[in-house]
Design a protein around this ligand. Structure first.
Ligand code: CP3
Length: 350
């Protein structure tokens, strides 16, 4: 198997820098559009054969060093009892928004093999279909980012309802976060049992907080998940699965993030990777951090940025190349293919 990605996660020496790309399976790929033209997005997530097919597309097309399960961070929200729809223009809509005690009480902590069996079936199918070509990353939203969707009922600009709940009804927020945290613990354990070889927790909206609020209202719950997963893998004698923690707008929060307990820290593009490494301290393993929109540059300019990031990563114990956030639908696929080739060529130690 090409296990370069897993080696890098563990901080072991590798022959080249591994790369995968957040949202690598998606609308910028004509092959994805073809599958997606036949079914709506949620049906795609819930049909293991199709979800596995689009998961493997970027392995064949881009030659990336890891596959990421095709699903969405909002799948557990539906399993907890909310109604979920995806609209072409408005994005995800969850009803009714969670704003009071009775709506929190109605939410369940679902058995993942019951309510989200299609996800674990996709993982099991992928481990067969990948035939060990590359490792499979499972994922979940982190509790806070998941909570924003539940409280706002969809995507938000200023997270007014979320912050109102946090600042005006902290106990209600705590009880919601405890349920989400318990759900994510069971969900990520189920993915690992089904065969996921790494887990990424997405805290896309973590950057809306001051450092102290981030620590209290987001990181506190992430630490619980990581600690529980590590204890569980240890007692169950499961080979340790690396945990990656990605926070959007990372720069203001690095001193907090370093306490997460994660094996790998995702870094966005708003900070130089060497600065992030210094501020994380303790010889960290980092993942990132090309600006997703830098993929609209001419190839020679992309190459300059790849060289820059690779040299800034030299002081880390391990580096996994990635974008600082997901690839956008308008991206020229050719430039994404070129990026993967550049990272492999420019980092090769052979
Ligand atoms: O990375 C991958 O290739 C794996 C699949 C994946 C998707 N979503 C597929 C998807 C992953 C890891 C996600 C995570 C996700 N989903 C996040 C966290 C990461 C991030 O990008 O910040 C968030 C915030 C979501 C919630 C979500 N899903 C929104 C707000 C939307 C609508 C906006 C949009 O980009 O369309 C989605 C839909 C979605 N998730 C699509 C894909 C491929 C597009 C659906 C389509 O085909 O129409």
């Amino acid at each position: 198997m090409n296990d370069t990605f897993l080696k890098a996660c563990r901080g072991e020496k590798t022959d080249f820098t591994p790369i995968w790309i957040m949202r690598q399976a998606g609308r910028y790929l004509p092959d994805y559009q073809k599958v997606r033209g036949k079914v709506d997005f949620l049906t795609l997530c819930k049909t293991p054969e199709l979800a596995a097919e689009v998961t493997i597309q970027p392995i064949d097309i881009l030659k990336v060093d890891a596959a990421i399960l095709f699903s969405d961070i909002l799948i557990p929200v539906e399993a907890m009892g909310m109604n979920l729809e995806f609209h072409e223009k408005r994005g995800p809509i969850m009803t009714p928004p969670i704003r009071d005690k009775s709506s929190v009480e109605k939410l369940s902590v679902p058995d993942p093999e019951d309510r989200m069996r299609f996800v674990m079936d996709t993982v099991r199918l992928l481990r067969k279909e990948l035939e060990g070509r590359v490792p499979l990353i499972g994922f979940s939203g982190a509790p806070f980012t998941t909570a924003t969707y539940m409280i706002e009922g969809g995507t938000s600009k200023n997270f007014l309802n979320t912050k109102k709940m946090i600042f005006q009804s902290p106990e209600l927020y705590g009880s919601l976060m405890n349920k989400i945290t318990a759900t994510i613990i069971e969900y990520t354990k189920a993915q690992i049992k089904a065969g996921a070889q790494a887990i990424q927790l997405f805290d896309t909206w973590g950057g809306i907080f001051s450092p102290a609020d981030f620590r209290e209202f987001a990181l506190f719950y992430v630490k619980q998940i990581i600690k529980e997963l590590k204890n569980w893998m240890n007692t169950e004698k499961i080979e340790p699965v690396p945990i990656i923690y990605f926070v959007g707008e990372t720069a203001g929060l690095l001193e907090e993030i370093k306490a997460s307990g994660a094996d790998v820290h995702g870094v966005d593009w708003r900070i130089n990777l060497d600065d992030a490494i210094t501020r994380l301290g303790n010889n960290p393993v980092v993942q990132g951090n090309l600006d997703p929109l830098a993929l609209f540059l001419p190839k020679n300019k992309i190459e300059e940025r790849v060289k820059d990031i690779l040299s800034r990563a030299a002081s880390a114990k391990g580096h996994i190349f990635n974008l600082g956030h997901g690839v956008v639908p308008e991206t020229p696929p050719d430039n994404v293919i070129a990026l993967v080739e550049m990272v492999h060529r420019l980092s090769s130690k052979k």
